[in-house]
Structure formats: structure tokens, C-alpha cells
Unconditional design. Sequence first.
Length: 468
Amino acid sequence: MVIRIAKKEWKEQLREKRFLAAGLLMVLLFGAALISSKAYYEKEQDLRITAQQGIEENWFNQRDKNPHGAAHYGIYLFKPESRLALIDRGVNRYAGTAFFVEGHVRNEAQFRKIEDETGLVRFGELTPAYILIYLMPLFIILIGFNSFTKEREGGTWRMLQSHDVPLRKVLLGKWAGVTFTTFMLFIPLYILMGLIIYSVSGFGEFSLVHYLILGSIYALYYLIFINLTLIVSWFSKHSGAAFITLLALWIVATLVVPKLFVSAAQYINPLPDTNSVAEMYSEARAGGIDGHAPSSARELEREVMEEHGVDSLEDLPFNFAGYRLQVGEEYDTKAYNYVFAHIHSVISEQDALIRKGSLLSPFLPVRNLSMGLAYTDVDNHWDFSEAVELYRQDFVRYLNEDLMYSSRTGETYLAGSDVWAAKPNFGYELPGMDEVLKAQSGNLFLLFGWVGLSFLGLLTIKSKSEES
């Protein structure tokens, strides 16, 4: 009986024009999103490779100069992309993808794509994740909102009752029909997307396990909306009322709640503006040694000369200017660490508040999981930023120590191509799957909670009927 009801449900959906129209529209939109994302990231990868090669060429071919001057000349480091970033661009367009590495300054990410976009981007980007997270629930609503109401309106519900068909079997049949239709659309699209992502060159290795985990996240998300759709359809008297109720729930879950909690987080825990950051840095830097101002390091000069038992800086076995620059650099680093730690704490507080919105909408944990598994979330951006900063410290230390140990105080020293070629290499690997899942454990718990609650909601349908 369950299979028979499921087949009936599916055949009715196939006969209805709205299913065919909605399904065709989903396929066309998904195809357009996939093609545009593939083209976008292939272009971005080519630009990144070309830019990196040009930057390295300029670095190695720069003229002979003071090593610390080379530290100011600096280099750029580009954030690596995961293959799954083709699905979900996350915060990359807003946070930037390149960091300028130089002495004395910890720079924020540059080349934010959002700066080149029109105001239309506020309505969302057409990406595979947008289709899968925003529009697929709407498709589920369109095919399932009248699952029970059409039986009452068509008079078939009394017929089922007259044959003593258990509600449990009817419910399972309806659920199976809507679920089958949903995944009949989702699975082929997801397989096609996986094949295209696998074929893209220039990115890291394709992890099938990683990809399947992301697909499972989306699948659980759809089960929530399938269950909610059936629950609303059961408790609604008319199909129109069921559709309006579900549409309202979709708007609240995907638009209102996320925007409300993001706005609240920004209002309650605002990020410091540029002037505030500059003031925080100045306060943290106050009293420290300025590597470019010898007058700020008189006490340091006396301590170093006393330690080495000499009467003048020229008698030191190294160039004191390089040592002073490195000490000043370490003061700069401490100040910037203080400032960025404050910024990170504010972001964490914002994230904690936004996560509370997950209690009202399953959209938020799924959105966070999608970005996290695609390595395009704030945590991954911050992780790369910290790696860049550690490299910046090594990079500047290497150049200051070359000045320090390759010359004596008062001497004019110009480093050459051998010094540029021996600079430290930057290495960064995206976090492993276990690290990502650990970081996303809170969102996973919330998602499973929503799945469990939605199935409990289906059980209330059974209990209601038994009471009647």
C-alpha cells in the first residue's frame, strides 16, 4: 500500500504542469550557475597563477638594495581555493583573496570582488549553493504543499478512510513520493556537478568522501523541508492556505531570520572602524622601539654594548641597525596581534549570536556547513590570514638578520639575487576533513536536531489521528 500511494503521488506530480515547469527551471538555473561558477574559478585561477609568477619574477629580479628595503618592497600571497569553492563562494568575494606581505605592517586581505560588483549582488549570487540551499526547498514546497489538502478537496480522503487505510501508510506513501521526486532531481544534478568539478584543472585533489559529506548535508536539509511541507499540508484546510503558510515559512527561514540575526550581531557587537583600529594599534605600540628611529633605541644600544663588552656600536660583531629593525618589528607584531585578536573576538561574538538563529531556522547551520566544507567560511579565511602573518614574521626576520649578520654597524650593505632567492618559502595546506568537521560540530548538532524535530512533527500527525 505504501509503494502504491508513493507511485500515485509521483505520477500525479508528473502530470502537473507546475512540477515540470519548476523542475525544468531548476535544471536551467542550476546549469547556468554551474557553468558560470566553473568559468569564474578557471579565470580566477589563471589570474592567480599569472600574478604569482609575475610577483616572484619581480622579487627575484629586483636590483641590489638594503635587505630591509626589500622587506618594504614585499610580496603578495594568494589564498588557495578548494575545488568545492566552485559550489559555494562563501565570504571570498567579501573578505579578499590576496595578502600583501611587508615589514612593520600586517595587512588585511585585498582584491575583494564585491568592490567591483553592482548593487544587484545584494540579491544573491547565482551559484550552485544558492540553487541548492535557497531554491531547492522552494521546489519541495511546490511539489508537496497539497499532498493532503488535495485528497480532502477531491473527496478521495473519505474514500481512503472508508477502506480503513492506516494513516501511517498514507503518510509513508506521501513522504516517499515527495522524497523520491526531490532526490530524483537532486541526485543527477549533484552527480553532474561532481563530474564537472572533478574535471576542473588547477585546483587541489578531488575528495569523493568530502563531496559526499557535503551532499549528505544538503540531503538532510531537504528532509527537513519535506517533513515540514507534509506537516503543514496535513494541518491546513485548503491547498491555498498550505502554500501561503509554507511560502511564509520559507521566507522567514531563508531570508528574515538570517538577516535579522546578522543585523543584530553587527549592532550588538560592531567591528571597529578604520580609525578605531588605528587608535588601538597606536596605543598598543606606544613606548616601543621604532626600528627606523635610532633615538627610540638608546637604552637598547647601551644594553647590547654592555652585553657584548664593547664601547661602540661599530665594535659589535653584527650590524646593530639590523638588530634594531628586528626588535622594532617584534614590537609591531605584538601590537598587531593585539588588534587582530580583538577583531577576531568580535567576529566570534557575532558568530555566536548568529548561531542562535539556527534555533529558528535550519538554513543557518546548513549555510555555515556548506561554506565550511567548501573552505570559504570566515574560519578558513582567518586560518589562512594567521598563516600569512606567521610567514610575514619569518620573511621580515630573514631580511633583517641578513642585514644584521652580513655587515657591521655603519657599513653600506646591498643584498643581491642570492639573498632574494634564499627567502623562506610559504607553504599552506587546507585543513583536513576531521578538522573541518570538528570546527563545524555545533552546526552539525543543530542540523541533526532540526532533522529529528521534523520527524517528531510527522509523528504528531499520527497521534492526532488516533486521538480523533
